[in-house]
Design a protein around this ligand. Structure first.
Ligand code: MLT
Length: 266
């Protein structure tokens, strides 16, 4: 489905009824990374969004920021009649949750931070993003595939799950150059959210793949320890894209969390 929001077209899927769970994808993927989570639509309202620059959304050339993504999500949810939701963000989607918390805390009933971190980029990471943006502008998404595909899944998945490796690669290959460069710009400029953790006052779940090398379990532990009352679930035999690699375990943790939210916050 497509909606016009903030002057561009945004792609989304909206299935099921009940408590809305809004899924925010990783870099530089799109909402199809959440296909296995749509099974939860038998119990919850599942909304997956293509951020600008990705999937079926428009990919303008200029200018991307996590605040802009937050404004897009907010406007889309308004059009869908959703006034509060549980947000599930993986990696870049988690960075976006911090922007949502800063800009529109009223929208948030609960937060699920998956395979992400609260810290801003250091100088080396900013430099890597700039280099990757230049290479992507020159050769297209293959620059991202070469750099990132070998780091997104657990080592065993590259041996045993060629189907999954191919699925991730084909999502990356479909990413528009403007979207990839825009994400890199947005992530490089994002503020540090560490100081925000102690103030987060909504129910929070943190999920991490035990073999995540991009945002390792130590990053998840810092988020979980920083947010009062947050719960941490570590998923074995999963790398960075834990929801795609171990969907049953991911969905179980998510469903238990959402079903257990206090009635007042559901
Ligand atoms: C992601 O999966 O969204 C990226 O690894 C995030 C990042 O590059 O910091």
């Amino acid at each position: 489905m497509i909606h016009q929001a903030n002057g561009i077209r945004l792609g989304y899927t909206d299935r099921g009824a009940g408590l809305p769970l809004v899924f925010l994808h990783a870099f530089p993927l799109n909402r199809t990374m959440w296909t296995d989570q749509e099974a939860l639509s038998s119990r919850f309202r599942i909304i997956t969004v293509d951020l600008r620059g990705h999937g079926e959304s428009d990919a303008p050339a200029w200018r991307y920021s996590l605040e802009q993504y937050a404004a897009d999500v907010r406007q889309l949810l308004g059009l869908l009649g959703v006034s509060r939701a549980v947000f599930v963000g993986l990696s870049m989607g988690g960075y976006l949750e911090f922007a949502l918390y800063r800009n529109c805390p009223d929208l948030i009933r609960g937060l699920v931070f998956a395979d992400t971190r609260a810290e801003a980029d250091g100088p080396e990471q900013v430099k890597w993003r700039f280099d990757l943006a230049q290479r992507t502008a020159a050769v297209g998404p293959s620059a991202v595939i070469d750099d990132m595909l070998p780091k997104l899944l657990s080592p065993g998945a590259y041996q045993r799950r060629p189907d999954l490796v191919e699925r991730v690669k084909s999502i990356q290959a479909a990413a528009p150059v403007h979207g990839i460069v825009g994400d890199l710009m947005a992530m490089a400029e994002r503020p540090d959210s560490t100081a925000l953790l102690g103030s987060i006052a909504v129910p929070t779940l943190v999920i991490v793949g035990q073999e995540d090398v991009l945002t390792p379990p130590a990053d998840a532990e810092r988020i979980a320890h920083g947010i009062p009352g947050a719960r941490l679930v570590t998923i074995p035999d999963a790398g960075h894209l834990s929801n795609m690699e171990q969907p049953d375990q991911f969905n179980r943790a998510l469903a238990e969390f959402a079903a257990g939210l206090p009635a007042a916050s559901r």
